[in-house]
Design a protein around this ligand. Structure first.
Ligand code: PLP
Length: 372
């Protein structure tokens, strides 16, 4: 670390890991039990710990965040061809999950913090609409109350893609406790990881039960297959990684919070020509990302800044560009509604490197490419 890595490229993120010895000690029992997957002891322990951590009714662990979302949509058993109102300003997984369920995405514009603009949802509701699928993008909490009001008015389900928002709280509740279900990603690049992994949080037992079947080939008991499922179970190694990482989560977030406040201070020196996109609406911000918005009066365009940073050995990411609606696989296939704010943001955003092991030299190297 430090001196030796002075010229090494700083990547946008770096996976959080427990101490090597801690993990090795934790996985030792597997060499006695030989039980490596299929809802083992550690899978069940992590589910229980996450349930308590989030104050959730039901938590179903999954092999990854994408399958968590895909299976949640399947579990609600929506009629094929139905419409789901969603955001194009997200990781491609969100839109894939809708389309792979035979549902049709209807893209709604976003607000200037990147979350879905609740005031524009109602105009998009038709008799085919069955659900709203918003994303707490960058950990910025959506307008959950307004969204719920619209859902109640039209009898729609609300399923949150909370992949970015693990451990956050809003209005005195865990972020997972809004809507009919929330999905989390525990991918290596997320603020809390199980190497690969994910979870569904829901208030409903029937959804939890359905997911239990779906993630294990639809098998219900030893001889009955009741659902057309797939394989989306979390294995024991991953669950143990999660149990270890969960113990250190608060420390990791504290370290990230210091980086966020350093970046905030430095970015403010650009006199508004660059602004942070963190809304800080959550009462327990997880500091998973540090997205910036490049304004017209900044000396570089977003793409010029991106190229300049890469030249300087800092690798930010254009999250989220292009919009999912503009990707080759979806372009011009769905209802064309105006999404001007999302389009503008996609052209101007950049996510800066942030990870719990980032040291001061690295923080300064990132900022030096932007300020000054
Ligand atoms: C990471 C992510 C996913 C998918 O999660 P995986 O665990 O990588 O499958 C879904 N939605 C969003 C917004 C994400 O960032």
């Amino acid at each position: 670390m430090g001196e030796n890595n002075k010229d090494k490229t700083i990547l946008v993120t770096r996976a959080s890991m427990p101490e090597y010895e801690e993990f090795i000690e934790a996985i030792k029992p597997l060499w006695d039990s030989h039980w490596l997957t299929n809802m083992g002891v550690y899978h069940n322990r992590l589910e229980q710990e996450l349930k308590e951590f989030m104050g959730a009714n039901y938590v179903s662990l999954m092999v990854n965040g994408h399958m968590a979302l895909e299976m949640t949509l399947q579990a609600f058993d929506f009629l094929r061809g139905s419409e789901v109102i969603t955001t194009p300003f997200t990781f491609i997984s969100t839109t894939h999950a809708i389309v792979r369920n035979g549902l049709e995405p209807v893209f709604c514009d976003v607000k200037d913090d990147g979350t879905i603009d609740a005031s524009k949802i109602e105009d998009l509701v038709t008799e085919k609409t069955v659900a709203i699928l918003p994303v707490h993008v960058y950990g910025n909490i959506c307008d959950v109350d307004e969204i719920q009001k619209i859902a109640d008015k039209f009898g729609l389900k609300v399923i949150y893609d909370a992949a970015h928002a693990f451990s956050e709280e809003y209005d005195g509740k865990s972020v997972g406790c809004f809507g009919d279900a929330s999905i989390f990603s525990f991918h290596a690049t997320k603020v809390f990881n199980t190497i690969e992994g994910g979870a569904v949080v829901t208030p409903y037992k029937f959804i939890y039960d359905k997911l239990y079947n779906l993630k294990n080939f639809g098998i219900h008991g030893e001889e009955l297959v009741s659902d057309i499922g797939a394989n989306a179970k979390m294995n024991e190694m991953s669950a143990i990684m999660g149990l270890c990482n969960l113990k250190h989560l608060n420390d990791c977030i504290d370290r990230r919070a210091k980086i966020v406040s350093f970046y905030d201070g430095e970015i403010s020196k650009t006199n508004g020509s660059i602004r942070s996109l963190l809304s800080k609406k959550a009462s327990r911000l997880n500091c998973a990302y540090y997205p910036i918005y490049v304004c017209d009066d900044y000396k570089y365009s977003r793409d010029e800044l991106y190229n300049h940073m890469i030249e300087m050995g800092v690798h930010p990411r254009k999250y989220f560009y292009p919009l999912t609606a503009d990707q080759a696989c979806f372009k011009n296939k769905y209802k064309n509604v105006g999404i001007p704010i999302a389009r503008d943001m996609a052209k101007r955003v950049l996510s800066l490197p942030i990870y719990d092991t980032m040291d001061e030299t690295e923080m300064k190297r990132v900022i030096d490419t932007i300020v000054g």
